[in-house]
Ligand binder design. Structure first.
Ligand SMILES: *Cc1c(COP(=O)(O)O)cnc(C)c1O
Length: 365
């Protein structure tokens, strides 16, 4: 068998190997049907069981309250940047946006395309290259906002909201593409949560969304059917042919989370991984320079840092590759190194990385 590398890619990212092996084993003959899960009707009982098991796993893992619907949508995280305002910002309604990175900014830009000035920026850290989150005192929500949109983990810059923004009871709307299910959290204050699957849940293209019922009831009915949350919710995400293979794989991934003991157990490992890696960066302060200036805002998922020069970046990347580690190159706008360690990256991978980094700092520094 060909070997699997240690994959720190930001996304599409590493998936749990058990989820892939299960797909491999079932690929040609899905549960005795004699065909693959890709080749059967999305109205068949076999597919229906997979679809509903995926939804049940989402509900169980995130402890989703009954007054929320679980949706599977398409078009990646990006389509939600426009679909959310299309659904909610009709009839002159307004929303607040917190801009803390690339994706958060893009969400706001798309909301402006849909609804112009109704999409307001209430806080931004762009002037310091998104090296921190806004201070709570600097966030003042407008009482007429339908929702307050933020991005829980800033994949490019490496900041993460460990405590969500205070809104005085206004519903939060959140892009959780790169950190959903890294830990348990309280879903109740959210009107809408969405996540492109390719970071922590499954294949790209598929989006997991949670929508609160009162939020759903406020959604527009004057949109093309495929763009209406109401339609997808009413049809249990089976209005049209869903991306069935992607949902099947997401089911496999979530089942591995369940087998690991759920999100509380996963959170413990994620915190331990982050402690190891940031500990290494801090040990070699001056050689590894973290992009994020506020330690309390450091992401547990995406760790960004620079070496003293671009030549050392290149040597670092090559050295990591020699030890079978890939996906460590930083985002093109930021340079340097980015280590993405979603749920599928395990403690042993981080230990291998950290011992390489200690050695690299000692010999090259
Ligand atoms: C990767 C990412 C996206 C982009 O999602 P697509 O599926 O490529 O549209 C959006 N938001 C965040 C936070 C991301 O990390």
């Amino acid at each position: 068998m060909s070997k699997r590398l240690i994959n720190f890619s930001a996304g599409p990212a590493a998936l749990p190997v058990e989820a892939l092996e299960r797909a491999r084993d079932e690929l040609l003959d899905f549960q005795g049907t004699g065909v693959s899960v890709m080749e059967i009707s999305h109205r068949s009982p076999e597919y229906d069981a997979v679809h509903n098991e995926a939804i049940t796993l989402v509900r169980e893992l995130l402890d989703v309250p009954d007054h929320f619907k679980v949706l599977f949508l398409q078009g990646g995280g990006n389509l939600q940047f426009s679909m959310l305002p299309m659904n909610l910002l009709h009839s002159g309604r307004k929303a607040d946006y917190i801009v803390t990175g690339n994706w958060a900014r893009r969400a706001h830009v798309e909301a402006m395309t849909v609804s112009g000035e109704a999409a307001r920026v209430i806080a931004s850290t762009e002037d310091t290259v998104f090296d921190r989150l806004p201070s709570p005192a600097g966030i003042e929500v407008n009482p007429d906002a339908e929702y307050v949109h933020f991005c829980s983990n800033n994949t490019v810059y490496g900041t993460q909201w460990h405590r969500f923004p205070e809104t005085g009871g206004l519903p939060l709307a959140c892009d959780m593409s790169s950190d959903i299910m890294w830990r348990p959290f309280d879903v109740a204050p959210f009107g809408f949560i969405y996540a492109g699957a390719q970071k922590n849940l499954g294949p790209s293209g598929l989006v997991l969304a949670l929508i609160r019922e009162d939020f759903l009831e406020r959604c527009s009915e004057a949109l093309p059917k495929m763009l209406q949350y109401r339609v997808h919710a009413a049809k249990n995400s089976l209005y049209n042919t869903p991306p069935s293979f992607s949902i099947y794989l997401l089911r496999n991934v979530l089942d591995t989370f369940r087998q690991r003991g759920g999100l509380a157990a996963i959170e413990q490992e994620n915190r331990a991984k982050a402690e190891q890696l940031y500990g290494c960066i801090d040990r070699h302060e001056g050689f590894y320079k973290g992009h994020v200036k506020e330690k309390a805002h450091r992401s547990v998922m995406n760790v960004t840092f620079n070496l003293p020069d671009a030549e050392l970046d290149a040597r670092f990347i090559a050295g990591a590759r020699e030890l079978d580690m890939v996906g460590v190159k930083g985002y093109r706008k930021l340079g340097g190194i980015r280590i993405s360690m979603y749920n599928a990256s395990r403690m042993s991978h981080i230990e291998t990385l950290v011992s390489f980094m200690d050695e690299f700092a000692r010999t090259a520094g």
